[in-house]
Design a protein around this ligand. Structure first.
Ligand SMILES: [Fe+2]
Ligand SMILES: [Fe+2]
Length: 150
């Protein structure tokens, strides 16, 4: 799978989880879905930050996009931590809503602006190679994630 396909698949998976959150008012369901959302987002931002962004940022057109993306990742991570510490149900929902809106905006920018630029910069074998590296890193990260969180 090439890098863009892999990242888009991740985006779709997260969006599916968001849709499930939106489909129910139940607090326990929101909490359970949040655990999955957090794991998916932490894995996804990890592979983008360690493999994808460094590989594309040399291109001048992409430098600013990558810097902005990194800031947005940082905001999302702060919100994820904040959500883990929020006990009040209403406040939790409000924060989760903001997280979802922020992530949807970020994904839109990646898919509509960043990825097309990447596709015109890297050739298909480079995209395949990046995809392979990210797939391998994803497996490793999920393994260590499971040991960390039990
Ligand atoms: Fe991203
Ligand atoms: Fe992404």
């Amino acid at each position: 799978m090439n890098a863009i396909e892999l990242l888009k698949n991740d985006h779709d998976k997260v969006e599916e989880l968001f849709e499930k959150v939106k489909a129910t008012e139940e607090e326990t369901a929101h909490r359970q879905l949040f655990v999955k959302i957090k794991e998916e987002l932490e894995t996804h931002t990890h592979i983008e930050e360690t493999i994808f962004y460094p590989a594309i940022k040399e291109n001048e057109e992409l430098t600013d996009m990558v810097l902005e993306a990194l800031e947005e990742h940082q905001q999302a991570k702060t919100l994820l931590e904040d959500l883990s510490d929020t006990t009040d149900g209403k406040q939790f929902d409000a924060k989760l809503k903001v997280l979802m809106e922020d992530v949807e905006h970020h994904v839109e920018e990646e898919e509509d602006e960043m990825f097309p630029e990447v596709e015109s910069t890297l050739d298909s074998s480079e995209l395949e190679e990046l995809g392979r590296q990210m797939e391998a890193e994803k497996q490793d990260f999920k393994k260590s994630y499971m040991t960390q969180t039990g």
